[in-house]
Design a protein around this ligand. Structure first.
Ligand SMILES: [Zn+2]
Length: 241
């Protein structure tokens, strides 16, 4: 194991911190597009319910118009029946015409009832549309604000990344090539890319293994690079920092 100074260890810990923050910001940045898509989709879905409400109102209006023309047709027929009434010759014909008028009267009254019911339904549907439209514009404002927050965060993240890159260059420049190479090689074999961990009360904070007493004593002296026997990461004595 190469010899090491306390400053080298401190720099390695700093380097690891920079790398952890860098990776966390990169992860955050990689979700930006997806988070914005989710917001857009929310708005789009809500707009879809408004379109559905509009077509429901159209259907109701269309239906109402067929009632209107139906009523008109029956009113015309009633007029004809009434006109016929003055020209009937027999009592039987007279009675039959009266019955016809009466029947038409009943049909018309039923159609008018249906029309009133439809007007109520149209009014109700229009009120729902109005409420949904208001809700949509509120949602739109909310989504816009959320998007701005995401974009601002992303911008800050990119700015921070630039600073971290510069810091990384400075700090890694302070570390002996041999030490840095060991650190990089350890990270390469690991999913979480952690090359250096603290040892606290003789326990490795990376894998929770107890460090043997002899090694722990040497670690506390802090003059040579030590690696955890189990997880193989570089270790340092936490109480010193
Ligand atoms: Zn360990």
């Amino acid at each position: 194991m190469p010899s090491v100074t306390q400053e080298q260890i401190t720099s390695l810990v700093k380097l690891q911190k920079i790398e952890i923050e860098t990776s966390s910001i990169k992860k955050q940045l990689s979700t930006v597009d997806q988070r914005i898509e989710v917001l857009d989709k929310k708005l789009l879905d809500f707009n879809q319910t408004i379109e559905e409400q509009k077509s429901l109102i159209n259907e109701l209006n269309e239906k109402y118009r067929t009632y209107e023309s139906d009523l008109q047709m029956h009113l015309d027929r009633r007029k004809k029946s009434e006109a016929k009434l003055s020209s009937v010759k027999t009592n039987k014909e007279y009675q039959s015409s009266l019955k016809e008028i009466d029947d038409l009267e009943n049909i018309n009254s039923k159609i008018e009832d249906d029309m009133i019911e439809f007007l109520d339904r149209i009014e109700e549907a229009e009120n729902v549309l109005k409420a949904k439209t208001t809700e949509f514009s509120e949602l739109e404002t909310q989504m816009k604000t959320e998007k701005e927050i995401i974009q601002k965060e992303a911008e800050e993240g990119r700015h921070r990344l630039g600073n971290l890159d510069a810091e990384w260059e400075t700090v890694s420049g302070d570390i002996k090539a041999e030490v840095l190479a060991t650190y990089n090689q350890i990270k390469e074999n690991q999913a979480y890319k952690i090359g250096i961990v603290a040892v606290k009360d003789a326990v490795c904070q990376g894998c929770h293994m107890n460090i043997p007493p002899q090694m722990y004593n040497e670690l506390q002296r802090g003059d040579s690079l030590k690696r955890c026997p189990l997880c193989e990461r570089i270790i340092y004595w936490k109480d010193q920092n």
